[in-house]
Design a protein around this ligand. Structure first.
Ligand SMILES: [Zn+2]
Ligand SMILES: [Zn+2]
Length: 54
């Protein structure tokens, strides 16, 4: 299964400087953010608990 950026729903290409971390809200879901969204500080929404963060 491909990893998808939680902010923009684009596939995370290998070799890009994407980050993943556990959702601070529920600490269960892995949030992925692509390099692009990190630069723009796009918000993400956890699909599980609805937590939003920059
Ligand atoms: Zn993205
Ligand atoms: Zn969550």
């Amino acid at each position: 299964m491909a990893n998808v950026c939680t902010s923009c729903n684009r596939e995370i290409a290998q070799g890009t400087r994407a980050v993943k971390f556990l959702c601070p809200g529920c600490t269960e879901l892995e949030i992925w953010r692509c390099e692009h969204c990190r630069k723009l500080s796009n918000v993400y929404v956890c699909p599980k608990c609805g937590y939003t963060g920059p």
